[in-house]
Design a protein around this ligand. Structure first.
Ligand SMILES: [Zn+2]
Ligand SMILES: [Zn+2]
Length: 388
């Protein structure tokens, strides 16, 4: 699904021309009550501020974080909540101060729609570490506009131009959507820890994050070992490009990879023993935690770290410049996510299947289906009025 330019269709262009630069309502799916399903909603979108881009959304990836946030598993959020932070669409309108994006441009939005722009992290282009709290694409209060942010399971979104990414036209737009979260989450630590051709990289877990880690590490020229608990995933891992697959319960197989890897990306979001992975690292090797278990992890035995100066660290998405670099890298190397496209009425089922691990490897919402149908009349989300 790569290398195929997808120009806007005549209907899409007509829709873009009709798209409002003023305040409008977006058609969306979101969670309206605690524990409730995704239901049709309308959410207000602000009139374009001078440095805003109005985006007509074509596709939005379904991320595990969407479920955790909307179901209150990472703390209660204000409802209704429209999730979605793997957004690909086209520019429908721009504020009068925007010179570098034009109507019709293929663009994307990831996990962040704003940050303080003034702290060390923001000045260094690492907005994900904003000392004053970056503004999430959904479920956050935008300090500039006062709005409660609503995400990409939606027909449109309005985002400050500094947080809008260019998505190369050569990438399939649906398969590129997961790059905005799963892609950058794995690209960033591979780059930060300097993975070079010939390096030996391990990937623990083969879900949405893991499959992107394999593809991107291979594109960087690394030799990739996948660790999985499931013998059944051996073929799939090979199919994605893995050079070696180790079933982590197989102690003999784990012994064969001892002290062989430079870097391991751990994408597993359930508590698990880290000792076997520390043992698989060479001197000065690094284990990067990307999965975020809700329960505490088993204790780490420091002796395993001391013996070969092993580092144990974590990483979360990436900054705006690095996200653009990742998109350009993926276009150059023809890397996209393996996706299953779903319509709006299948979102609840897709969430259940995602939680059950029944997807290869990412669901992506076809946002055109938001406008087409939906059970029941949309209700207006009671988002606080913006200050404009
Ligand atoms: Zn995500
Ligand atoms: Zn900041």
């Amino acid at each position: 699904m790569t290398g195929r330019p997808v120009p806007p269709t005549p209907t899409a262009l007509a829709r873009l021309r009709d798209a409002p630069a003023g305040r409008h309502s977006a058609v969306a799916r979101g969670v309206a009550e605690p524990g409730g399903p995704l239901v049709p909603l309308e959410v207000p979108r602000r009139a374009a501020l001078p440095d805003d881009v109005v985006i007509d959304i074509d596709y939005c990836g379904l991320c595990h974080s969407d479920v955790h946030a909307a179901r209150g598993e990472w703390g209660q959020r204000q409802l209704p909540l429209v999730p979605g932070h793997e957004i690909v669409g086209r520019v429908a309108a721009v504020g009068h101060g925007v010179r570098d994006f034009r109507v019709g441009d293929r663009i994307g939005v990831g996990c962040l729609v704003d940050s303080c722009r003034d702290c060390d992290a923001c000045r260094g282009g690492e907005q994900q570490f904003c000392a004053n709290g970056a503004v999430g694409t959904y479920g956050a209060t935008d300090r500039r506009t006062g709005e409660y942010t609503q995400g990409g399971y939606s027909s449109t979104i309005v985002v400050n131009r500094g947080y809008v990414l260019r998505v190369p036209e050569s990438l399939d737009p649906a398969a590129a959507a997961p790059l905005l979260c799963a892609g950058i989450t794995t690209y960033s630590p591979l780059r930060h820890f300097g993975v070079a051709p010939g390096d030996a990289v391990g990937v623990v877990g083969l879900g949405g994050l893991g499959h992107m880690a394999v593809k991107i590490a291979k594109a960087m020229g690394a030799t990739v070992t996948v660790f999985t608990t499931s013998e059944g995933k051996r073929g799939a891992a090979r199919g994605l490009g893995a050079d070696r697959v180790v079933v982590s319960r197989d102690e003999a197989a784990m012994g064969e990879v001892a002290e062989s890897l430079h870097l391991i990306l751990d994408t597993v979001a359930a508590p698990h023993e880290l000792g076997p992975y520390f043992s698989a690292l060479r001197r000065d090797g690094t284990l990067v935690q990307l999965g975020l278990p809700a329960e505490p992890m088993p204790p780490v035995d420091p002796r395993l770290l001391l013996r070969r100066r092993i580092r144990y660290t974590g990483s979360i998405i990436g900054g705006i410049p690095e996200t653009q670099e990742m998109l350009d890298f993926c276009a150059e190397h023809g890397v996209v996510s393996d996706v299953e496209i779903v319509d709006a009425d299948s979102l609840n089922e897709a969430w259940d299947r995602m939680v059950a691990g029944d997807v290869k490897y990412r669901f992506v919402l076809d946002n055109a289906t938001l406008r087409a149908s939906g059970p029941g009349e949309p209700t207006l989300a009671n988002t606080p009025e913006d200050q404009s």
